[in-house]
Design a protein around this ligand. Structure first.
Ligand SMILES: [Mn+2]
Length: 293
């Protein structure tokens, strides 16, 4: 009751080799024709039966070894960074925190960057404020309360300082108050382990808030991979590949509640892109994740 051995089995190794050498793109017929030509099988093989044999020998669901190695592995003890978009607390969208936690877990993240504007400071805006809005103390208290939930979820993080975060500092400047009189962000917001910075670089990727333009323009002007927020309505990742470099510019979405009074200035403009970003495998693999709304 032995297994029937095909007369083509002496070609099994060669067939597999051809398959791998061509990165798995050759069809059974193409391989059969190649074999017939190379080994002059014209008299001893029918194209159809050889083709069927090849179909049985090659497992097309298997990824060739060299292709496997060319895929970026983000599970192998590498740095996987979650980038959280503009929050504008206390005007962040319900559900955005849970969404960010889910993305963090799904992609095995081990580092967190808030891309700026974690608070809105609507009451202190340089633009006209809403007369029905919360007063300064109420908005700040509510912000501190909501930031606490973010701090509990991500107790260690880098926080890029955005234009809205900086509002109070600018007001102080307008009033000629030296910065030594001003409390630190982490002291006001009760986040002792958060590292507030203007910008930061990890694995040759620059993280900024983005007041100066777009991720795409920043990448091109600096020739440096770049991740930014600030724009609210855009989420994309563009790669620039040259003979000597490969960089990307990633614009991450945001977490704002578009319907809140603080966002009234943007009411007439388009809907925001609600999402966050991840940069995986030591800066190799940037991905935008948009929230399913
Ligand atoms: Mn913003």
């Amino acid at each position: 009751m032995g297994k029937k051995v095909s007369k083509y089995s002496i070609y099994e190794k060669i067939i597999k080799q051809i398959h791998f050498d061509n990165h798995g793109v050759m069809g059974d017929t193409q391989i059969a024709l190649l074999l017939i030509e190379r080994y002059q099988l014209g008299n001893s093989a029918s194209l159809d039966s050889l083709r069927k044999y090849i179909g049985k020998v090659i497992d097309r669901t298997e990824i060739p070894k060299e292709l496997k190695e060319s895929c970026v592995d983000f599970n192998g003890g590498k740095e996987n960074i979650l980038i959280i978009g503009d929050l504008h607390e206390p005007f962040c969208r319900v559900g955005y925190l849970q969404f960010c936690k889910d993305v963090y877990n799904r992609f095995n993240c081990n580092k967190v960057i808030f891309i700026g504007d974690i608070i809105d400071n609507h009451y202190s805006s340089y633009h006209e404020t809403n007369p029905n809005a919360l007063g300064g103390m109420d908005e700040l208290e509510l912000s501190i309360h909501k930031i606490k939930m973010w701090y509990n979820a991500f107790p260690v993080a880098d926080v890029i300082i955005g234009n809205h975060d900086r509002m109070i500092m600018r007001k102080a400047q307008t009033s000629s108050i030296p910065s030594a009189w001003i409390k630190q962000y982490k002291d006001v917001l009760n986040t002792p382990n958060w590292n507030f910075v203007e910008s930061i670089v990890y694995n040759k990727v620059l993280y900024i808030h983005g007041e100066g333009g777009t991720a795409r323009s920043k990448m091109k002007s600096e020739l440096h991979s770049c991740v930014q927020g600030h724009l609210h309505t855009q989420a994309y990742c563009e790669h620039l590949v040259g003979s000597n470099f490969r960089i990307f510019g990633m614009q991450v979405g945001c977490g704002i509640d578009h319907s809140s009074y603080a966002m009234a200035y943007a009411k007439a403009s388009k809907k925001p892109a609600i999402g966050c970003g991840v940069v995986l495998a030591n800066g190799e693999m940037p991905i935008n994740i948009l929230m399913n709304l």
